[in-house]
Design a protein around this ligand. Structure first.
Ligand code: ADP
Length: 367
């Protein structure tokens, strides 16, 4: 079984100034699950992955793979396979030899069995015609497939992938994203995938693990991180363009809840949260253009995206924010518009940045 459990895992890099790279991480990855670990550069993603792989010692806590504590187990005995950003193929070996090499070292398979495994995997990855070529004869995408193939032939309990697609151009990256998902579900091998790219996190994994400053922020399916972010960090990190934030005061009035911020006051039907100071979060697509009420703002830039327009706006007091509206609405730079939002669509965060639960049920689209 390829489940992976991290309990209170901490990593401190000792040195003149010690660095706490990862702090008290608890994580349970189920057998066969595809988990994407995401966060900004330096948040501890690679360190966590390398500790699971056994390439980095754990300072505190335990790591279990398949129910066994592996803290003191050599990397080659952990039954994992890693795929990195740089493919690290052996240049003097053909594709076939590159794929067979690790298998020869790590298994007892006969040469015939190795050939069979390599050819089956090459078929799966559609690189069969390349088997007798050398890495320098291949495109970046093809080399990445070979690197994947080399991991797959070893039939590990767990795949650990560190930014495997970031050397590919945008189009190929999108294509490989889909393909990796297909492969992972076909093979059913537990996969932990590290990226700094929130789009990869949103589109690929069964669950996302969001890290910041070495600490876990949220572990949840992508939709949940998007719809119910645990805190302001996750809210701002997941989603593109990012969620907009306004410092506001929430007050109860006769007509319902009123949200007031710098230069605006908006009445909302009802927000089920006590009056007070909050950060209000509004996703760009949750703004609508309104006739009255709403935030008055000046249009800085209009970015047509085809089906919608991204409108970059500024309030009277200079707060910048983004609205995503229908492509039919196309104001000019300098126009003054009003944008509104619905009580059910806004997010509230307290002074510590933690999410305040309030009534927020999305209306299902009309059928
Ligand atoms: P990420 O993969 O999210 O970019 P890393 O895991 O590489 O982050 O790094 C987390 C933190 O640990 C960073 O502050 C980084 O500078 C530090 N770090 C990483 N590797 C080492 C090392 N070998 N020695 C000292 N500090 C390190």
């Amino acid at each position: 079984m390829g489940d992976v459990t991290l309990t209170d895992v901490t990593k401190v890099y000792a040195g003149e100034e010690s660095v706490v790279a990862v702090e008290d991480i608890d994580l349970e990855v189920q057998d066969g699950e595809f988990v994407v670990m995401v966060g900004p550069s330096g948040c501890g993603k690679s360190t966590t992955l390398r500790m699971i792989a056994g390439l980095e010692e754990v300072t505190g806590g335990t790591i279990e793979i398949g129910g066994e504590i592996v803290n003191d187990t050599q990397p080659q005995k952990r039954n994992i396979a890693m795929v990195f950003q740089n493919y690290a193929l052996y240049p003097h070996m053909t594709v076939r030899e590159n794929m067979a090499f690790g298998l020869r070292l790590s298994s007892e398979l006969s040469e015939d069995e190795i050939t069979e495994t390599v050819e089956e995997t090459a078929t799966l990855l559609e690189i069969e015609p390349l088997l007798d070529q050398y890495p320098k004869q291949l495109s970046g995408g093809q080399q990445q497939r070979v690197a994947l193939g080399r991991a797959i032939v070893r039939d590990p309990q767990v795949f650990l992938m560190d930014e495997p697609l970031s050397n590919l151009d945008a189009k190929l990256r999108t294509q490989m994203r889909t393909e990796l998902q297909r492969l992972q579900s076909e093979l059913g091998v537990t996969t932990i995938y590290v990226t700094h790219d929130q789009t990869e996190a949103m589109t690929m994994g069964d669950r996302i693990v969001v890290l910041n400053d070495g600490e876990l922020q949220q572990v949840a399916p992508p939709e949940e991180c998007y719809d119910r972010p645990n805190n302001r960090f996750v809210a701002g990190f997941i989603g593109s363009p990012s969620m907009n934030f306004f410092e506001i005061t929430l007050a109860d009035t006769e007509s319902g809840s009123t949200v007031s911020g710098e230069g605006f006051e908006v009445s909302l039907g009802e927000i089920d949260a006590p009056p007070g100071e909050y950060t209000l979060g509004v996703r760009p697509e949750d703004f609508t253009i309104v006739e009255s009420d709403g935030i008055t703002a000046t249009v800085d830039v209009v970015e047509p995206m085809g089906s919608d327009n991204f409108i970059y706006l500024q309030t009277e007091t200079g707060t910048a924010f983004t609205a995503r509206v229908d492509s039919a609405f196309r104001p000019n730079e300098g126009d003054v518009v009003r944008v509104g939002f619905a009580a059910d669509d806004v997010h509230l965060f307290d002074a510590d940045g933690d999410r305040i639960e309030h009534r927020r049920e999305r209306t299902p689209p009309a059928t």
